[in-house]
Design a protein around this ligand. Structure first.
Ligand code: GFB
Length: 317
């Protein structure tokens, strides 16, 4: 069977990452991409997940379903970030293996690494120090998921591999100001500041933390490449290779949106980890490179924001 003939299940296809993986699979000519909405299949429900895998032929799984959110959402809903992610990943990984799936990609996050990890962060920094407290529950869940994949590889020889993306953005991002990540929040804040003629826009923290941003379509290319690569195994960091301070990012987003007012910092809000630039040499050695620059990506994301806003009438913050 060729790659393109494989029956591929993308868990979480309505999310930003899952949707980008589905787009990339279709772009490459995959004909059998299987998806299920939350209403059709509750991934937190073990019985439903086992029934799905035992009745639906699947060769390959992309596990992009997860409870995700920005720094404040992580801080305010630790139960959801820990419990939901543990349930989803345990159910899918175990049921997939039991049904004969031998190739799976598990999506994690750069926050699995220790807060004080040497920069740029290599995969072998995992579990070498304490985690950043603002997202510890989420990170613990993701570490458990990647250890489960490693265990399936070790105990049963399954090709269950892991991709650890840096901070992502792009189409279908979450623009809710309480639960979103920084980049979609800045797009929305500056757009609304421009629309309503505000002379200042407030952003969180000191502006000093450094973050690395990757457009989600670049991540999707890396994911499909890894799954097609005969020698890919273990954990792969997937990042753009450079980082930027939140203050600089805010100026860049303001410029793309056309907002010229002041930027005010609310230092009562958390900064989170000071820096988390990833070393993506492992995935680059297999031939992957990001194609979309940050400025271009923000311009694309702003276009998607405007379209999604018109289509879905985003609620006013
Ligand atoms: O993207 P973000 O929410 O999460 O915040 P993390 C990144 C930085 O941007 C923090 C600042 O220093 C925030 O204080 N920031 C400034 C803002 N203005 C805003 C704003 O309006 N909204 C938001 N959300 N941030 C997440 C983890 O950490 O990274 C997740 O919590 C996940 O678990 C994700 O790992 C990739 O980058 O700090």
């Amino acid at each position: 069977m060729t790659n393109l003939e494989q029956r591929v299940f993308v868990a979480g296809h309505r999310g930003m990452v899952g949707a980008a993986i589905v787009r990339e699979l279709h772009r490459r000519g995959y004909a059998n991409v299987v998806t299920r909405s939350r209403e059709e299949l509750d991934l937190e429900n073990q019985n439903q997940v086992h029934r799905f895998f035992s009745t639906t032929p699947v060769d390959v799984v992309y596990l992009a379903a997860a409870k995700v959110g920005g720094i404040l959402a992580n801080q305010t809903h630790p139960v959801d970030f820990l419990y939901k992610n543990l349930m989803i990943q345990c159910n899918v990984i175990r049921a997939a293996y039991a049904a004969g799936v031998r190739k799976l990609l598990f999506l994690g996050s750069s926050c699995i690494y220790p807060r004080e990890a040497p920069q740029p962060i290599r995969e072998d920094a995992l579990l070498t120090g304490p985690l950043e407290s603002t997202n510890e529950p989420y990170a613990i869940a993701k570490i458990a998921g990647l250890k489960l994949c490693e265990a399936y590889q070790r105990q049963y020889g399954a090709r269950f591999i892991c991709a650890m993306p840096t901070n992502l953005y792009g189409p279908r991002d979450n623009y809710d100001l309480h639960s979103s990540h920084v980049l979609p929040a800045l797009i929305r804040k500056f757009h609304e500041g421009l629309e309503s003629g505000q002379d200042s826009v407030t952003i969180w923290g000191t502006g000093a933390p450094l973050r690395e941003f990757l457009y989600v379509d670049d991540l999707a290319q890396a994911c499909v490449m890894l799954m097609e690569h005969p020698e890919a195994e273990g954990i792969y960091n997937i990042g753009a290779g450079q980082d930027i301070s939140i203050a600089e990012l805010a100026r860049l987003v303001a410029r793309v949106v056309g907002y010229t007012g002041n930027i005010v910092y609310d230092t009562g809000k958390p900064d989170g980890t000071p820096r988390k630039l990833m070393d993506s040499a492992r995935v680059r050695a297999l031939g992957w490179r990001p194609e979309i620059s940050l400025t271009h990506g923000i311009t694309l994301a702003y276009g998607h924001f405007l379209r999604e806003r018109t289509q879905h009438a985003l609620p006013v913050a």
